[in-house]
Design a protein around this ligand. Structure first.
Ligand code: SF4
Ligand code: SF4
Length: 61
């Protein structure tokens, strides 16, 4: 799975970046990005985001 980022909701506050234990989240000039190679689907960032911009999404097989 990978964390899906709703760019219309995301405020780019960067708060979730520091909550990720795997350092999979990064705030770039293009907005927030999640590195699927690092993400372990723990959901911590999903619960943290104050505007609900993050969600866990299953990878298509
Ligand atoms: S906590 Fe939410 S609003 Fe803030 S950067 Fe992360 S996804 Fe965006
Ligand atoms: S689900 Fe967990 S590992 Fe993946 S980006 Fe969010 S906090 Fe990081």
């Amino acid at each position: 799975m990978v964390v899906k980022i709703d760019k219309n909701k995301c405020l780019r506050c960067g708060g979730c970046v520091g909550t990720c234990p795997k350092l999979a989240l990064n705030l770039t000039e293009h907005g927030l990005v999640c590195d699927p190679e690092k993400c372990v689907d723990c959901g911590i960032c999903v619960q943290f985001c104050p505007v609900g911009a993050l969600s866990l999404q299953k990878k298509k097989k």
